[in-house]
Design a binder for this molecule. Structure first.
Ligand code: SF4
Ligand code: FES
Length: 370
């Protein structure tokens, strides 16, 4: 009979749980969930060896273990620290941690451009979320930010090195999912950058997963770049019978148009697992199957309530009865409130979707009678 494993008790932010020996503090905190789980910019549970690069997951260990209750003198990276029996950890309950995390975010933003308004990752960027929670309104950095030329990594992926935070996740994907890694971190320190060796293209069938693991907008899908803001799209879960991968994806649609295909993500922003295996998707599903008829729709994606993507995506919403018409003796409300009938300024015959750029007074000049 297999020997029963003795579980370790660990208390994180005053909540105690029992976990298997060898579990990291970060994974234990994720089991508790919510704000107790530290943010992680470089750790990715489905990529072995990841973590330990960004320091956003720092926590305070206020009691080492039952046997040795001394606190750890320095804050530790929770993604690389395994729990001990009786360990006590502070995350959001520690001022030291909050202070350090604010500092880490300030460092991450030293070179990162604040180009969220034009970045494809906006709305689903982990650094953007982190900056909202821990960032400062200004920078104390007085030097020029480092900049790079955009680089095509294969036919479907573009690298915006300027936005890269050197988390190494994409190199682990290339190492662990593809059989020939041809890109990596070149140089060190201030000069470190992700690049391909001798500009080799990454054409492997699973290379597109690098886009999904990138926590910022450094690796973008060339078939989706600048097509739409992510919160205007409608994400639905779908599947197809794929000979290469499991075929379970999220389609990001606008009307009947499939703008983007990604792997399905879990609440930590990582690809979902099926039967214990990560649901990485192949490049054919991701880049070539852009028709609704290629897919069997499973239903709307479960969008986290706090996410900007959830705006206007109400599942099962019941519309209240329209009562204005009733009290106005049958007259429809638009007869009362149609601004075009009243102002004579904006011509309702101008089709805004056909206007190039933002509409201005000139857009209406030819039809304006004033
Ligand atoms: S390109 Fe993205 S995934 Fe790769 S190291 Fe930079 S931030 Fe990380
Ligand atoms: S997530 Fe732990 S160091 Fe980056």
């Amino acid at each position: 009979m297999a020997e029963e494993v003795k579980l370790f008790k660990v208390t994180i932010d005053n909540i105690t749980i029992e976990v298997e020996p060898g579990t990291t503090v970060l994974m234990a905190a994720r089991r508790i969930g919510g704000d107790v789980a530290p943010p992680a910019m470089c750790f990715y549970s489905k990529l072995s060896g990841s973590g330990g690069k960004c320091r956003t997951c720092l926590v305070e260990v206020s009691k080492g273990s039952e046997k040795d209750p001394r606190p750890m003198p320095k804050l530790v990276a929770s993604c690389r620290t395994t729990v001990m029996d009786g360990m006590e950890v502070k995350n959001i309950t520690s001022d030291r941690v909050m202070d350090a995390r604010n500092g880490v975010v300030e460092f991450l933003l030293i070179n990162h451009p604040l180009d969220c308004p034009i970045c494809d990752q906006a709305g689903e960027c982990h650094l953007q979320d982190l900056s909202y929670d821990h960032g400062k309104e200004g920078t104390r950095y007085e030097f020029k930010r480092r900049t790079f030329e955009k680089e095509d990594i294969g036919p479907y992926i573009q690298l915006h090195m300027t936005r890269c935070i050197l988390c190494y996740r994409c190199t682990y994907v290339a190492d662990q999912l593809t059989n020939s890694r041809v890109h990596g971190v070149l140089d060190r320190g201030d000069h470190a950058e992700i690049s391909t060796y001798i500009s080799k293209a990454i054409t492997n069938d699973f290379s597109g997963n690098m886009i999904d693991v990138c926590p910022v907008g450094a690796l973008t899908d060339k078939t989706f770049r600048f097509k739409n803001r992510v919160w205007f799209t409608k994400p639905v879960d779908a599947h197809r019978d794929c000979p290469t991968c499991n075929g379970k994806v999220t389609l990001w649609n606008r009307g009947d148009e499939v703008l983007r295909v990604t792997a399905r993500k879990d609440q930590w922003g990582e690809v979902q697992s099926y039967d214990g295996k990560p649901g990485w998707i192949c490049n054919t599903c991701r880049f070539d199957k852009k028709k609704l008829s290629d897919w069997v729709i499973d239903g709307p994606m479960n969008v986290a309530r706090h996410s900007v993507i959830s705006a206007n995506h109400y599942v099962g919403a019941v519309k209240p009865n329209e009562t204005v018409a009733e009290v106005m003796g049958g007259r429809q409300p638009k007869l009362l409130m149609d601004i075009h009938n009243i102002s004579d300024v904006n011509d309702p015959d101008v089709d805004l979707s056909k206007v190039n750029g933002a509409p201005t007074g000139k857009t209406y000049e030819s039809t304006n009678k004033q």
